[in-house]
Design a protein around this ligand. Structure first.
Ligand SMILES: [Fe+2]
Length: 305
C-alpha cells in the first residue's frame, strides 16, 4: 500500500477500481467520537430522533436486511444495548451520523482526504453519509446490497466481511438489482450458503477496512468479541448513472420490454441514460412548478432516508 504517514486512510490507489472490492487501512481506532462511552451518549440522542436501526442476533444471513428490525427485534433501548453490547445479543446501527456537526466533520475528514484519489477514477462524489455499526459477539449482518459505494472501517473487535463483485449475477441477478433500484426492496436478493465460496473474504481487525462498490453483495459475521465499525458512503456520477439505468430496466421490464444487462452495450446504455435523465429533469421541473419538493441524490450529503 502507498504509505501516507499523516493521513487517515491508506489504500493502493494505483490499483483502485471503483467497481471492485479492495482492502484499506485507517487510523481512526482511537478517535474520541468512536469510543464506547461516546457512542452510548450519541445513541441516546439518535434514539430520540428515530435514527437507530437494530435487530437481535438470532437473525441469520438469510434474513431480509430491510425487515430484520421487525422480524428479529431487539427490545432493548439504545443505552441498554450500547452500554453492554458484549451481552446484548444485538446489532445496532447509528444512522446518518453526518446529521450531527461533530460526526459530519469526522465523515468529511476521511472523505475529503480520499476524494482526490477517488475523483481520478470515479469523479462526482456526493450524497455523503456516515454509519456506525455496534455489534454483539456472534452476530450476522444479513446478506444485502446498498445504494452507494461504501468504505467500511473496523474500529474495535474483529469481524469477517464477505463481499461479492457488483456484477456477480450468480449471487445477485440483474433482475434483482433492477428491482432493488426500482423499488428499493431486497425481495429478490436471496442468500445461499454456497455463495461463500465465490466471495472476497476480509478478516478485519481494528485499523483495517474494505471498500465496497455500489450493490456489491455483502454479509458480515462478528467473532467472539463485540465490534464497532464506521462506514462511510457516497455516490458518484458513475454510481448514479448505474442506478438510473437499473431503474429504467426495471420500469421497462414492467412493460414487458427486456433490455441487455447494464454495462453490456455501452452505446445503448448511453442512449438510455440520456433519455432517462431528460425524463427525470422534466419530472423534477414539473414538481417544482407545482410547488412540490424534489429529491436529489446529487446533493453533498445524504438525507435521512
Ligand atoms: Fe451494507
Amino acid at each position: 500500500m502507498n504509505a501516507r504517514a499523516a493521513g487517515l486512510i491508506d489504500a493502493d490507489w494505483a490499483a483502485f477500481d471503483p467497481w471492485r472490492p479492495q482492502a484499506v487501512r485507517h487510523r481512526l481506532t482511537e478517535h474520541p467520537l468512536l469510543q464506547p462511552a461516546q457512542l452510548v451518549e450519541f445513541g441516546r440522542r439518535l434514539e430520540r430522533a428515530a435514527q437507530l436501526y437494530s435487530f437481535s442476533n438470532d437473525a441469520t444471513a438469510a434474513a431480509n436486511f430491510n425487515e430484520v428490525g421487525s422480524t428479529h427485534p431487539n427490545h432493548k433501548s439504545a443505552q441498554e444495548t450500547l452500554q453492554d453490547i458484549s451481552h446484548a445479543k444485538a446489532w445496532m446501527l447509528l444512522r446518518h451520523v453526518q446529521g450531527d456537526p461533530a460526526y459530519r466533520a469526522l465523515v468529511d475528514s476521511v472523505l475529503d482526504e480520499v476524494k482526490p484519489q477517488i475523483d481520478h477514477k470515479d469523479p462526482g462524489m456526493c450524497y455523503r453519509a456516515g454509519w456506525i455499526f455496534v455489534s454483539s459477539p456472534h452476530t450476522v449482518t444479513p446478506f444485502h446490497i446498498d445504494r452507494n459505494h461504501g468504505i467500511l472501517l473496523q474500529v474495535s473487535g474483529t469481524k469477517t466481511v464477505y463481499v461479492w463483485d457488483p456484477d456477480d449475477a450468480t449471487v445477485v441477478t440483474e433482475r434483482a438489482r433492477d428491482w432493488f433500484h426500482g423499488h428499493r426492496e431486497l425481495a429478490l436478493v436471496q442468500w445461499k450458503e454456497e455463495f461463500r465460496a465465490r466471495a472476497h473474504v476480509f478478516h478485519l481487525q481494528p485499523g483495517m477496512g474494505v471498500y465496497m462498490p455500489l450493490t456489491s453483495p455483502h454479509m458480515v459475521e462478528t467473532s467472539d468479541e463485540p465490534s464497532i465499525t464506521l462506514s462511510l458512503s457516497y455516490n458518484t456520477h458513475a454510481s448514479r448513472r448505474n442506478a438510473l439505468l437499473h431503474v429504467v430496466r426495471d420500469r421497462l421490464r414492467g412493460l414487458g420490454i427486456g433490455l441487455p444487462p447494464v454495462g453490456q452495450r455501452p452505446l445503448f446504455d448511453a442512449w438510455m441514460h440520456a433519455g432517462a435523465r431528460t425524463a427525470d429533469d422534466l419530472r423534477r421541473s414539473t414538481r417544482r412548478w407545482f410547488g412540490r419538493s424534489t429529491r436529489s441524490d446529487g446533493v453533498p450529503y445524504a438525507s435521512d432516508d
